[in-house]
Ligand binder design. Structure first.
Ligand code: GUN
Length: 293
């Protein structure tokens, strides 16, 4: 068993981004700039956005965190996004999800200029991804591809089973793994809460992507000997044993699953760190206008 070490990979790629960021500054006299909008006080969202901002600073990007109370209206939020769309000093815009129930996340996603949609959630970016055209790839799937690439894992011909069909991870991941790219060229099964015989499906996988959002959901009896297991779960539970007061659990029962695998990503220290790298890479692409010249 070999650990897919998100810390090692993310640090390495962030070094490259730092170089490119400095070059961008030399050429343009300004830093790449990411704006993150956070509505309300969800503990997880606050932590993730703070981490995104901190990482921007680390690689030499400018970052702005705009915070609004739960009671902001959809209209107000859309007006703010339109302002940012028109602001030439802003390269990337993200709105942290989930949003309060009175705000339609689809309307918000579509209000963002697709050329600044560094989350890759806008229908134009998703549509272009389907067609294998230049686009922003959603940060978590992008980070997973970068991780597979770093470890030179050739996924060609593998049977990949994605567990979870979210817009953010499972759905785009299934498309990306099936494409004629490296990594890619997998035969993909996309499973979800209504899948019959989930255990049977996952047992056939050479590559498991666990993105279901349930602590220790993937158990050892579901995983084939020698499989590669990528754990996307970030399940937060209160704990009095950690400094932050929370402990993170993956979707995979790591202790029992790991001995059966050829590669496995841990939580924390795995995909979470790679998601940030995906976002930083998209922001740099946006600043350089590489995807949409
Ligand atoms: N909520 C959970 N993951 C994400 C993400 O990648 N981007 C945004 N904007 N919100 C999220």
């Amino acid at each position: 068993m070999k650990l897919l070490d998100g810390k090692e990979v993310s640090e390495k790629i962030k070094e490259e981004i730092t170089w490119e960021s400095a070059l961008f500054f030399e050429e343009h006299g300004r830093q790449p700039h990411l704006v993150a909008i956070l509505v309300g006080h969800d503990g997880g969202s606050e932590t993730y956005v703070a981490s995104k901002m901190r990482n921007c600073e680390k690689v030499g990007f400018a970052s702005t965190n705009l915070r609004y109370e739960e009671d902001i209206t959809e209209r107000e939020l859309i007006d703010k996004i339109k302002e940012l769309n028109a602001d030439e000093t802003v390269d990337g815009i993200i709105v942290q999800l989930p949003l309060p129930a009175h705000i339609d996340p689809e309307k918000i996603t579509e209000a963002i200029d697709y050329r600044k949609d560094v989350d890759g959630f806008h229908p134009i970016n998703l549509g272009r991804m389907m067609r294998n055209l230049p686009c922003y790839i959603p940060a978590t799937p992008y980070g997973i591809l970068l991780m597979l690439d770093y470890y030179k894992i050739d996924t060609t011909g593998m049977h990949a089973v994605v567990v979870g069909r979210s817009n953010i991870v499972g759905s785009p991941m299934s498309v990306l793994l099936a494409r004629n790219t490296v990594p890619g060229n997998c035969t993909v099964t996309l499973t979800h809460s209504r899948t019959k015989n989930l255990q049977e499906e996952v047992l056939r996988a050479d590559l498991v992507i666990a993105a279901i959002g349930k602590k220790n959901f993937i158990t050892a009896d579901m995983v084939k000997e020698g499989a590669i297991v990528i754990d996307v779960g970030i399940n937060r539970e209160k704990s009095d044993k950690t400094k932050s007061g929370y402990k993170l659990y993956g979707d995979v029962d790591f202790d029992h699953v790991a001995p059966k695998t050829s590669y496995i990503s841990p939580v924390p220290g795995g995909v979470g760190l790679m998601t940030i790298v995906g976002l930083l890479k998209n922001t740099l692409l946006a600043a350089k206008k590489e995807v949409y010249p």
